[in-house]
Design a protein. Sequence first.
Length: 437
Amino acid sequence: MEKLREIKNGELYYNGFSLKKLAEEYGTPLKITFLDVISEHINSLKRSFNNAISSIGYKGKFIYLNANKANYGKEEIETAFLAGDGLETSSYYDLLLTQKMFEKNPDHRSKLIVSNGLKLKDYCDEIVNAYNKGLDIIDIIDDLNEYEYLKSKNLPIKVGFRVHLSSLYEAEVPDDRFGLLKDEIDYILNDIKNTKLILTTIHYHQRGFDYVEDKFKENLLKAFNFYLYAKSICDSVDSFDIGGGMPLPISEDFDYDSFALSTLSYLKELCIKNNVSMPNIIGENGKFSQKDSTVNIYKVVGVKNTGEYPWHIVNGSLLIALPEMYALGEPIMVTPISNLDKPIKPVRLAGITCDCDDVFFDREKGYFELPDAETNYIGCIGTGSYQNSMNGKGGVHHCLLPEEKDVIIYTKDGKLESKVRHELQSIEDIYNIINFK
Ligand SMILES: Cc1ncc(COP(=O)(O)O)c(C=O)c1O
């Protein structure tokens, strides 16, 4: 996988672009999304798995799905849809949007939809609707009510089931509420032959995974035992869905070729040992598809000397921009993007909201290393997944701060193009949302 970050002449380049130049060209606060990064990541992971498939003679396909929940930008989902093999949905509304995406791109109509999440009647009915339209959809059953409801439709809809995680790695995901318990799985495996439903897929989801090979394989094995078990009862089972949680960070030196090879070799070995056919591997990648595509850029616009280190205030809010970091402790790189050849001064960063928590610095060092220069820009690198889903798009934010100007850069017919998707949010936009006229 290509390196995305590079420092040249004291400036941070991302995906080949000087971030400082982009900041100067479009102004700040700015959110810039490189759509090509999405397709490149997808193509590159598919290549790694497909190479591994041919090199070891693995008898199944690798199926790349974009997990829409990571970013509901139209262009982001469309780019991932066109590059990948289908879309994963997590709610009724997500399935409506997904079907729209399929309608907009009829040449890709044969791609796969996999539907996850707890499903009430509206979501189940929409799955039936998608099936009736001839779309290739697999419903991943998350509870028995859903199973009974779908069964009552008397249609040969493809289904899978999600394995409840506490039967896998308890300590890591203590609050996981998804999936089926062993006795529920037993019930479905015994009952499904009396229905029209077709069981094809065993699913587990590895949440926010920091890749450690032994741990990954241990979890994989526990989940894969359910594939072996289901396959021994239902021969229609042909796919093992490993959910999201693809190893990150994707722009660093992780070797995806070796990862794909070792994962598939391991699964092949288990299948041979247990005398069952090798499943297709489905990946539902949200972060992997989207995270690296976006960078937020702010300018340092003020200084306050009320602390041990001077507070350097940026013209936006880090708290709003990086909800995953503030709420869940997910690391996101926050870094100066210019003057990187200048000496460093220790400061602390703060957003321009009134919130005391809207601050950023290295917690171990106690400060943030800012170049000693007149004008400084700060980049938040890798904001493409979950930040929008968590802080909302087109919303009303803390202190009524406007949303960043939103720009996309992409290749079309071999030519680089850019588009301002949204100007900096105006006070009129905000009045409209809150009906303040
Ligand atoms: C069922 C399922 N699949 C896929 C994903 C996407 O995970 P990630 O963004 O780690 O790739 C999630 C995330 O919550 C999920 O719940």
